[in-house]
Structure formats: structure tokens, C-alpha cells
Design a protein around this ligand. Sequence first.
Ligand SMILES: [Zn+2]
Length: 398
Amino acid sequence: MRILLLEMTKVQEYKQCKRCVLDTTSNTIDFDENGICNYCHAFDRQLTKFITIDPQLRKRNLDEMVNYIKLCGENKKYDCILGLSGGVDSTYMAYMAKKLGLRPMAVHFDNGWNSELAVKNIENIVSKLELDLITYVINWEEFKEMQLAYLKASVVDIEVPTDQLIFAALHKIAVQNGIKFILSGSNIVTEYGMPSDWAYRNKSDQTNLLNIYKAFGRGKTLTTLPKFDLFKKFAYQSLHGIQTLALLNYIDFNKAEVKKLITKELNWRDYGGKHYESIFTRFYQGYILPVKFNVDKRKAHLSALICSGQITKEEAIAELEEETYDPILQREDKEFVKKKFDLTELEFQDILKRTRVEHEFYGVENESAFSFITYKAIMALPVWGVTNWRRLRNKLKR
Ligand SMILES: [Zn+2]
């Protein structure tokens, strides 16, 4: 079998984008004749599509989306569902959903790594916004095995299990409650432009996830983690008609202003870093990624803010000169992570020293597989039926 190791042939001289702070620590960066990187260009395309469009058209798009959610959710307790981590993006999304008159059900995914501050923030958000909250507590023993498998597999994106299982849980709960819309906190202004070699592009690839688990887990079958394979995804989207909407791309999102707003309105307190509401994410982004993979995700987060005009490049450079986070806390987190995973210092160092392996090496989801194509063909008629019935019902409501 061929090992897809990091492409070592593409060694290039250190270079940083003239506009943002992304640089040649990513193997997928390219520069135009003016020294502007491919991620800046991609960002601008997204910006013109969603953010810098005619304000009236943008408002109309938002109104149409919100009205459609309300229409489909008529006579139901909830008209949408959202994941609430307690971070800036999901907190602002919950705030705006309520302000727009939606009736969201909030779901918090507890994977065992919540910081105390995250718990406090979530309590405040839920109480101030009068939200109904479901806390989806994952089976820690199974989840621990999964995260450990990812660490041992030496792949770059150790957050895939969390991201995928949140999405799977949201779909599952949406179906149980007859909800058709998942509001996603993904957004352009604070997130877009993550280099493709710094995260796995297909976060919902369950084949990759299960293969990594099989290769490095202790051989136990997963019994409690929510399933999210191609068949499930197809059923959720086509049969149940569940749609995922990135609400934050339809409204103004200035990060500094939003932090002030949620602090004032919801008693929210800052974590000091993006996604630092989770202790594991804080340690992964602030320690494992820089030490093992030479990846500093702050470069992408700050570049998104530069490209959307919210901070200057100088401010971003000054921030990058600081430690990823407090070194004392880093040491404490390291001990905590080792203890939670039952790893000795030697075992942990061994994980850090292993060479990077690409996710694709473990096999990826195949939408052209015969079984899936056949399933889609068999389901074509029922899907046509429910889609048209849904359309007709909404037309009659109008
Ligand atoms: Zn750039």
C-alpha cells in the first residue's frame, strides 16, 4: 500500500502573502504576480457572493430564508435547531435567531472536554435567550477511543470526530422533533480560508472515521456514537428534507462588535482564542498542531478578519508574535489531556514524533460505490413523492 505522506518535494522558500498572514507553512498556498495568495482570492469570491452584495438584496435573501423557516415550522414547537458550543459564532447565531423571531432548539454536544467557562457561558446564554437546551452527552469511553485513534493515526484533523458527531447528533435530534432546518455557525468572515492541508476537507466522511477507528482503536465495535454514513445523510437530506443554513453569512458579523454585544446582552465571557471553549481544542490548536504539524490555525482565523476588513495585517502579526496561549495553561492542559487519555509522557511524545499521514491513506467515502448508486436509484421515486408533497403543502400554507 502506498503511504500518502506529506508532499515533501514541494519545498519552497518561506514566503508570506502580501495581504493576509498565510504563508508557506501551508503546502497548498500559491501566490499571484502581486504576491497575493490563492486563499485571499477565494475569500474575495465568497465576500462578493454573500457579504458585499447590494444590502437590499442581502436583506431580501435573509427575509426569504427566515420566512421560509417560519412557514415550514408552523404549528411546531421549534422551527430550527442549532448547535451551541458557547463560542462567539454559535452564541451570536443563537442571539440572532431569537432576534429574527425564530424558535430554535439548542443542542450542546458534550464530548467531555468543556471548560468550566464554557459551561457557565452556555447557562447564561440559555437563560437570557430563554432557549430550550438539549445536552447531547457522548459515551466518553467510545469517544476517547476514537480521539486516541486519530492521535495515533497521525492525521492532521483530530477534530473530525467532534465535528462529524455534532452534525450527526443534530440531524438525529432534528428528525426526532420534526425540525427541517439546522442553523450552522460556519461563516465566511471569521472562518473562511483554512488551508486545505490544515484540516480534512470532508468532515462528514464516516468511512474515513471508521477506518481510522478500526486501525487504531481497541477492536471494539462502536455502539453508541450517532451514525452518519452516505445512506443516512441521503435519507436525512432527501427523505426528511433537512437543510443546513449558514445564517451568519446573511447578517453583519463584526467579531469585535459581536463580542461586545454578547458580553453586554448575555453575560458572555471571552476564552482568549477561537474554539478555546473546549480544553481539547485549545490544546490541539495551541500545542499539538504547531508542535507536531507546524500548523498555526490563528494565521487562517486572523487572515479571514484581515480580508473582511476587521483588523489590519500589523495587528495580526502582533498577535502571531504572542504565544498561542498562556504557557502555564499549556503545561496544565498537557497533563490533563494525558491523564484523560491514560497516556504516559513517553507514549505522548511518541505520538508527537510520528510522521504525518494523510487522511486519504485510510480510505475515503465513495459516492460512486455500486451499493450507494443502487440505493439512490431505488429511493428516487419515494424521494420524488415526498419532495412534491412537501412543496404542495407549503404552497397551500401560503
Ligand atoms: Zn492571502
